[in-house]
Ligand binder design. Structure first.
Ligand code: PLP
Length: 386
């Protein structure tokens, strides 16, 4: 036998064991939930570190952050009450007049927030087409940005942006790069290793995986003054994740590797089945060799491609809506990354004016039996087109 004295268990093992958690006082293998809003000072009237008041953080939230920092290879991770509050902290920390370059089509909530800050004169905005590095370089050359926003794979068409190449473009211009990799969680895409300065995930999605909390997380490769500002914004805005939700998140993350593996396998089966289907015009899934983002995705998602795909159905907008409402296994609900599969007519959800194909259905593929998912879509499509 080889000398295993320095052997460290793999990330899969460490995450499954919540970093080998054992409570010091009791030996419990599951962390307790501490709901306190305030913490008593000690006999010298000093603060008992590290907690003082709920808005600074709490035990369960710090524990969940430590797990995510391991997953991301991060110097630090910070959990917020939602993905949107995490993104807003990043936008809020920018100095007035800062220039931001973002994808033209992206997660609608983040785009809406960027546009609101721009409309209020806090920032200026320019756009590139997701996945198009030439356009990104042109936008960065037009006006010097402070921040480049990348979402990959990108809602709702799942274009893939090469994080390594995009980081280089951003860094050469003196900008920081934030990567929203919500659709491919850090067990398959480690954005910081690829050069991103900030990795963002809506932990509402795959990290938690059970559609029962909202949470968002920022992770950084290096700690610096801008990170201190973001920590302060979370504290002053009171957007820290609640201890109960952090407990739920820890519980969800223990099965992250297992869930994501199954979601990716199922998504590939569904994508392959409907590619070339007579009632489906296009399947957007980076896992398909025909997809424009396939080669980059293969490198960037550890060959697993994620559980998100979209289909553009033939017919009319009403046909697409009918497919969504006739499904009996897929839930007709928004969100993604849960154990249950969801179908959504994206145009209905994104709102007026948002550029999305009127016949696009976004599918979040869960851990169910792939045959049940395929059969369900087949029967819904048959009913909608008959
Ligand atoms: C859901 C989502 C967000 C926002 O996160 P919430 O937890 O819903 O606030 C941001 N980006 C992407 C890609 C998302 O899917």
């Amino acid at each position: 036998m080889s000398d295993n004295s320095n052997r460290k268990p793999s990330l899969t093992t460490r995450v499954a064991q919540a970093l080998r958690f054992i409570e010091a006082e009791t030996g419990a293998v599951v962390p307790s939930i501490q709901p306190a809003a305030t913490y008593a000072r000690d006999e010298n009237y000093d603060i008992r570190k590290p907690y003082f008041y709920r808005r600074d953080g709490n035990q369960a939230t710090s524990h969940a952050e430590a797990i995510i920092a391991e997953l991301e290879g991060a110097a630090d991770s910070l959990l917020f009450a939602s993905g949107m509050s995490a993104c807003t902290a990043v936008i809020e920390h920018l100095p007035t007049g800062a220039h931001v370059v973002a994808p033209r089509v992206m997660y609608h909530g983040v785009l809406h927030q960027l546009q609101t800050y721009a409309a209020n004169g806090r920032i200026t905005l320019d756009f590139y087409t997701a996945g198009n590095l030439g356009e990104l370089a042109e936008a960065v050359a037009r006006q010097k940005p402070s921040l480049v926003w990348v979402e990959t794979p990108n809602n709702p068409n799942w274009e893939v942006t090469d994080i390594e190449a995009a980081s280089k473009i951003a860094h050469d211009a003196g900008a920081k790069l934030i990567a929203d990799c919500t659709a491919t969680p850090p067990n398959i895409t480690r954005a910081l290793d690829l050069g991103a300065d900030i990795s963002f995930h809506s932990a509402t999605k795959y990290l938690n995986g059970h559609s029962d909390i909202t949470a968002g997380v920022l992770s950084v490769r290096e700690i610096g003054p801008y990170w201190d500002e973001i920590v302060l914004i979370r504290k002053l805005q009171g957007t820290v994740l609640h201890s109960f939700d952090a407990y739920m998140l820890i519980r969800g993350m223990r099965t992250l590797f297992l869930r994501v593996e199954k979601c990716c396998k199922n998504a590939m089966a569904v994508a392959k089945h409907f590619e070339g289907h007579k009632h489906v015009e296009v399947v957007h899934y980076p896992g398909l060799p025909s997809d424009p983002g396939h080669e980059v995705a293969k490198r960037q998602t550890n060959g697993q491609f994620g559980g998100m795909l979209s289909i553009v159905v033939a017919g009319t907008e009403q046909t697409a809506i009918d497919v969504a409402r006739y499904c009996e296994v897929f839930y007709p609900a928004t969100s993604l990354g849960g154990v249950e599969s969801l179908i959504e007519h994206r145009k209905t959800v994104s709102g007026v004016g948002f550029p999305v194909h009127p016949r696009l259905l976004r599918l979040s593929i869960g851990i169910e039996d792939a045959d049940d998912l395929i059969y369900d879509l087949e029967q819904a499509i048959a009913r909608a087109t008959s």
